[in-house]
Design a protein around this ligand. Sequence first.
Ligand SMILES: Cc1cc2nc3c(=O)[nH]c(=O)nc-3n(C[C@H](O)[C@H](O)[C@H](O)COP(=O)(O)O)c2cc1C
Length: 271
Amino acid sequence: MALVEFNKETCTKCGACIAACPGCIIIPRKDGFPRLFPGADDYCMRCGHCVGICPTDSVIHKEMPLEQCPLIDKKLGVSFEQVSQLIKSRRSIREFEDKAVPRELIQRIIDTARYAPTGHNMQEVQWLVIDNPEELHRLTAIGVDWFRSMADGDTPWTQQMQAILRMHELGFNIFLRNAPAVVVPFSEKSNPIAAADCVIAMSYFDLAARAAGLGCYWNGYFYVSAQSFPPMVEAIALPEGFTPYAAAGMGYPRYKYRRIPPRKNARIIYH
Ligand SMILES: Cc1cc2nc3c(=O)[nH]c(=O)nc-3n(C[C@H](O)[C@H](O)[C@H](O)COP(=O)(O)O)c2cc1C
């Protein structure tokens, strides 16, 4: 069987699969039926658009049987107002209940976030989840060392780092905010699109986590130190050649927000 075949008995020649294929490997035959460009196996991104868009299930993709492509449940669709409120009411949560987040829940959220778009549908984002209290404690100590290393000299960071260190001396954990779990999308350094893929995945995770009753805050301190501060790079022990491009502390929010604070007006240039 070819990688993609078309059931001529049921195909309506609507052309949707041809128009939707981002790799331009489904082309029209003279009689209007779609066909696969010869040698297309190598170019197919496995995005599944051809299977997903066909109104009569006439596209048969060898690697994407229909059983693995569930129908979209229209009843579960959300309105623009609901999505808008989810996005606008999302806040950085930095105060958490003293309660662990079940790994099954983290897994469900990651299973949702993995549907985020990735360049060329590469799906190369991997996830590091740190939820062991002793390990979080150890990483906090390394994070404070990183703050110290950044507090010297006269860089744009200096004053902020000195302020953070003062808070640490007063017993505040600014590095990890006592989050019971830290989630870190990471990918191969050699992949030029990896940073964008990880940041998008983290954003999807963030929103999905809210919908699951959790709160997150993006932790730039964590992933910047994990990219560049040797003791932290060593401590998180990613495979050789991999690096994190985002991180978020997460847990059950200690407080609830009642209002949505304003943000800058959109600056748009229509050209
Ligand atoms: C890339 C990035 C890095 C961030 N790093 C940190 C961080 O290290 N610590 C922190 O407390 N908040 C961090 N934040 C959260 C921002 O401070 C926060 O998004 C901003 O103040 C707006 O607040 P809101 O998220 O509640 O709307 C980061 C946000 C982004 C997008």
